[in-house]
Ligand binder design. Sequence first.
Ligand SMILES: C[S@@+](CC[C@H](N)C(=O)[O-])C[C@H]1O[C@@H](n2cnc3c(N)ncnc32)[C@H](O)[C@@H]1O
Length: 608
Amino acid sequence: MASTIEVPDGVDLNGPLYVTNGAPVMNRTLVISDNLPALRAMPDDCVDLIYLDPPFNSGADYLNPIGLPEAEARGLQYDLKMPVPGANEPYQTGFRDHFHMNEFNKDGTPNDNWKPEWVREVGRVVPSLPSVIAMAGSAHSPSMQGYIAFMAIRLIEMRRVLKPNGSIYLHCDDTASHYLKSVMDAIFGARRFVNNIIWKRAIAHNDKRGLGRIADHVLLYANGDDFTWNMESPLARKSNAEIRATYPETDDVGWYRSADLTGAGARGEESVLPWKNYDVAARGRHWAPPLRDGTYADYIQEHFIPDYKDIAGVHARLDALDEAGLIHHPKEGGVWPGLKRYADADRGSTIQNIIVSPTGFTNYTARRGRGGEYVGYKTQKPLKLIEIFIKASSNPGDIVLDPFCGCATTPIAAENLKRRWIGMDRGVEAYRQVINRIRKTFPDMATEGESALVENRRFHRVDALPGQDNDAPVAIPMDEPEPPEPKLELTKAQRRELLGRQEGFCLGCGNKPDMELMEGDHIVPKIMSGPEDMVNFQLLCGFCNNRKRTKPMRDLWDKNEREGYLVFRLRMENLYNERETERLADPRMAALRDFWRPAPPNNAHRRP
Ligand SMILES: C[S@@+](CC[C@H](N)C(=O)[O-])C[C@H]1O[C@@H](n2cnc3c(N)ncnc32)[C@H](O)[C@@H]1O
């Protein structure tokens, strides 16, 4: 396949993709690192197409190498540190598909998948993103909030490195697709949304409740109005059997079917007049030979009647078609002439936004079939699927980026289609899979040390791109840990009353979680003599309650606003202040007013 693809003059498949920080980044580069610092080291507008298949927030840990007999015998997912018996090398974590908003993972390792400063950073570039992230937290869970922040900070970089005519395919499943769509709308703009592609991942999945979940989602966004789109490339051509079934007649040109030459309704002047004794109006219809701008008119003009589209008049066009032998006249007993539509003109249908073939490698037949394509990477995607995307949205010689490239499906698909590529994955195990797969698929490509059989066709592994800083300082220092405030237990009636007064809002962030997710909070902490009384109670969502601890509300608002968690600050302040008269009337609270009164509303940055 690759040999027939022409790369435009001036594109050197063995040369650099671009030069940055004084150093070239070569075609066929795999970066083994977290993709955030790697993306940040890339220049603006340097890639034509991004396909990403990130963790889906499935809650699974993937251990690699997987897919070996020992691994399959025990199911494909493992505990993080569980060695696989019989394996001749230690098994390491593939990747954790776990997201949360704590500084450390359960096993005490630092949580690289979430940093509190990310929300503030994304808010600086796309102001609506912090509320999208907070919404994922209040509508779903803190885990989803952490995941969406992880994705948002990376997707912002992806947009930056994508050329204005580039496209991005974000592969996910329905765990997070709806939240990710909001993030993509916020970053790329809702009008840049092109498709939600449904890919049939598995043949069947017998879920205990509900319909079998076999669909993945791929969100396609363009980075500009004039994005690359190759209409012809993703056409699904008919098989020979389908052609024979659709085009049953034959003549000396080829297989054809007799298509209707008329349209509904007796309309028009000339088009309702009889032609060759066929009285079209008597049938309540009008003549409708192929339109000037239709694709079959193009075909007729190209192959049979050179000036077809210039012929004025419906009858003149019918005569020309007849003269060229393109009218199928009824056999004796038949009643009506038809237009010969040749199978040769059928270029297939464009691929629709539901892709059912190939499915993923979720069953035995798929894993053992397809020419040994499956390498045992649990989340491996089929080459043919990625090739559809690459063909549709890029041209030979273009640059394709996969920032979560796993076992290199996208690099291999790009190489097959003569696109240039750069992949990233932070799993060292992914690297092992990549190099093995590249060696197997392209035996002529130099990998490590050895010389390339095809001159300069060389794969490059790097641990960092030029200028990449993996240890960039954290923008906002972590807060000193504070003593937690003892939990405030409220009766149902108290909760209901407070919820009504607060109009259902968490006064800390302005979100509206379910009542059960709201926690009671002492406005003035007990340890600072705050009374055990409704006058000193309010409801906060769990996230805000954790953050407020023993500080005044204004500190919580400042912190939430700074980090992008606060929707409508002024509204929350007003709701909070509505009870000020009541609080001032209470002598215990009046004595503590300096603590609980918010700063006067003179901040220019506040939004109504
Ligand atoms: C769903 S898999 C991708 C599978 C790939 N499409 C294929 O066909 O092999 C997700 C990959 O993302 C990688 N990954 C997770 N977090 C990452 C990060 N922050 N930076 C780079 N790679 C990451 C994992 O190591 C894993 O290989």
